[in-house]
Design a protein around this ligand. Structure first.
Ligand code: NAI
Ligand code: MG
Length: 321
């Protein structure tokens, strides 16, 4: 029995996650789903976006399917996504950038770096500490090396020329790569961003620190049709959470025009994680066939709605059985 916690979250999370859940339920009727409410809407009503009880519910799941949460730039509001990644110790954020000839996997350190949550404000100064630890670097580097071993090579995105914290990150990643016998190159993140866009064929697995991975993956979405396409997995020792890379997209929420592919592909990553690569491949193949048949949401130049696209994928999944 696989227990899946479902967090729709805010904005287009309410549209793309039901589509992804229906597809999961179709390929795995034995999965047990339960809804967990988290996010801005809850915070507005109760003053708490994600309390201890909610965290206990999330911990009880074998896997979490997650939409997106609106985070207002309000000093009293702590990002729930960061809280969950931190509290469940989801240290590796795996973001495949795949489509056409592009096949890159970004592995982003997910619990520390500039998003460690160590911040303070003074009247005329605000500070955010960037913390990189040997343990945090080792475990994400090990994850990236294991992935790169079955692929081609590893690139370490960094800014060690100006940041002491990245000297440690690069040192640890190079040592792990040498130990795993994975070819590895360190590249400065700013030049790397441009090079990934110009020569995606040069890249395979890229490991980097928290904020750099956040920015690089959104930029790399350009290579494969935009943010509506990118899935992700947040992996820890005990827990795993699967979510589209995009946010709650308030500008298009409630209009049935959001692209659900990122959410559906995240569900496929969930299937692979719980040991069902065949179902994962069937879902990914169904998405490909629907897109090839010209059924696309407006961000991909089509006219299909979120629900209509989802229904087409469900039909394809049924046909493939
Ligand atoms: P966003 O990713 O929500 O949207 C950026 C742009 O991409 C928007 O124009 C949006 O319409 C478009 N877009 C995103 N997903 C799409 C989809 N599936 N189909 C078609 N178009 C899509 O990022 P933004 O606007 O910077 O942030 C909006 C809110 O989401 C903020 O409150 C932010 O804090 C939150 N956020 C939450 C994340 C999470 O929960 N993991 C991640 C990123 C942002
Ligand atoms: Mg982001």
């Amino acid at each position: 029995m696989v227990k899946v916690a479902v967090v729709e979250g805010d904005g287009i999370g309410h549209e793309v996650i039901p589509v992804a859940r229906d597809i999961l339920a179709a390929v795995r009727p034995d999965f047990e789903f339960f809804d967990v409410e988290v996010g801005y809407g809850l915070w507005e009503r109760t003053g708490c976006a994600c309390g201890e009880e909610t965290m206990a519910e999330l911990r009880s799941a074998d896997a979490i399917l997650f939409g997106a949460i609106t985070t207002p730039p309000d000093p009293d509001y702590r990002s729930v996504v960061l809280q969950i990644r931190h509290d469940l110790d989801l240290y590796a954020n795996v973001r495949p950038i795949q489509g056409g000839d592009v096949d890159i996997v970004i592995v982003r350190e997910n619990t520390e770096g500039l998003y460690s949550g160590i911040e303070w404000t003074e009247p005329d100064r605000a500070c955010t500490a960037r913390v990189v630890t040997r343990r945090g670097s080792e475990r994400v580097a090990r994850y990236a090396c294991t992935l790169a071993k079955s692929r081609r090579h590893l690139t370490v995105g960094n800014k060690a020329n100006v940041l002491k914290s990245d000297c440690l990150f690069v040192e640890v990643c190079m040592a792990e790569a040498a130990r795993a016998n994975v070819p590895c190159t360190a590249r400065y993140i700013d030049a790397l961003c441009l090079d990934v866009l110009m020569h995606p064929d040069r890249y395979d697995v890229i490991v980097t620190t928290n904020i750099f991975g956040d920015i690089l993956s959104d930029a790399a979405a350009y290579l494969v049709g935009g943010l509506g396409m990118l899935p992700s997995a947040n992996i820890g020792e005990r827990h795993a959470l699967f979510e589209p890379v995009h946010g709650s997209a308030p500008d298009i929420a409630g209009q049935n025009i959001a692209n659900p592919i990122a959410a559906i592909r995240s569900a496929a990553m969930l299937l692979r994680h719980v040991g069902d690569p065949a179902a994962a491949a069937a879902v990914e193949e169904a998405v490909r066939r629907v897109v090839d048949a010209g059924i696309r949401t407006p961000d991909l130049g089509g006219t299909a709605g979120t629900r209509e696209f989802g229904a087409a994928v469900l039909r394809e999944v049924g046909r493939g059985k």
